[in-house]
Design a protein around this ligand. Sequence first.
Ligand code: NDP
Length: 451
Amino acid sequence: MDSQMKTIYESVIARDPNQPEFHQAVEEVLDSLGPVIDAHPEFLPVVESMVEAERIIQFRVPWYDDSGNLQVNRGFRIQMNSAIGPYKGGLRFHPTVNQSILKFLAFEQVFKNSLTGLPMGGGKGGSDFNPKGKSDPEVMRFCQSFMMELWRHIGADLDVPAGDIGVGGREIGYLFGMYKKLANEFTGVLTGKGRSYGGSLIRPEATGYGLVYFAREMLATKGRSFEGATVAISGSGNVAQFACEKVLDLGGIPVTMSDSGGWIHDPSGIDREKLAWIMDLKNNRRGRISEYAKNFDGVSYSKSEPEPALNGLWDTDVDVALPCATQNEINGEEAKMLVKNGAIAVAEGANMPCTPEAVEVFLDNGILFAPGKASNAGGVATSGLEMSQNSLRLSWTREEVDQRLESIMVEIHKSASETAAKYGMPGNYVAGANIAGFLKVAEAMTAQGMI
Ligand code: NDP
């Protein structure tokens, strides 16, 4: 890392020594910015400013469970950067949620949103609430209590949250209903809404579809495609399900999926019928992926311990890997397994699923590697399209939204690869995405007087 960047990185650690995930996300970006600051020394103060959130909100979320006992969770919203538009980024409900994880996600979101070309700043929020095993009324009471505080800090032109881990259509519905009641207005304050109340077609599919569009572009640079390629996917939530669907559309063969309990390997391929079964299992029955192995022949199931490392999943003989579960799920050793097994491309569907050691292994071995802030930007881009439709009071067709999503992903690929080449690192999508995302925000912050 360049010495000026190192000084900034050390001050980030000194300020918040107990935030390892945030340090990791900052380190990855600062690692790329040396050549930009050499070319634009006037942007150094921007970097110093960007690593500090504009505003952090933390609040108490009390709610009553079905037995009448009071439960108390912690809620957060990190408003990281509003230089190019209202804060925008998802809400995560997971027991591991803390300020470090949300700051890492909010920081990444700033660059990602900039890359989409749409006017969106970066934010992230959530709670250490665990929706797993809770009844619908419990989830509803929690969401209502969460929104009772959050509503005063968000707005269609201020901060527009969306879903993330543990926050899907059900939660967004309950959150939106409470916002509408408190604010006494119907606006596009959340994205990922249901179709009947302002949601966009393709938003549920967008992150997974966009990921595969990006990976397709990347493979094409080596004259390869998804046709006949075997694909390892981790996770079985929103991103993983629709990544799997788009891989099938493009003629690929998905062979793995996982949840926090373990992973399945289906050598004959997860076809459309099996994927529909997984969607029903996860979205309606809220069951475990282990049930897949009991339901279909020739499938192996392995438990993964310790969370979230998925162990053997990445020791599978595949051409493409799409990690779509959570942060730090592929470490250096697992990356070496993918190299050994002849993988040609890895594209991040989740945020920061590959550790810095894993990324180094991929880059050193000439594996095409797409960082999440580029390859999973389709979700937030389509949220941006949902905001536009809400403002216009219009609803675009499925084909219209999908075409816009596809062209945004093609543009992000182009911008990341051209920027990497311009700064002397051809093929390095990590550097390309960080630099391209940074430049737009840096220009806007400078123009606005660094406030
Ligand atoms: P979901 O909650 O729908 O699915 C998450 C999946 O990952 C589930 O299969 C879950 O298993 C698994 N998982 C979660 N935590 C862990 C863990 N600690 N160890 C192992 N497996 C785990 O979330 P999404 O699909 O929405 O999000 C997945 C990733 O994609 C996240 O990193 C998110 O930030 C990122 N992302 C999501 C976007 C979106 O539009 N939804 C946009 C951009 C990025 P289980 O059910 O057992 O918990």
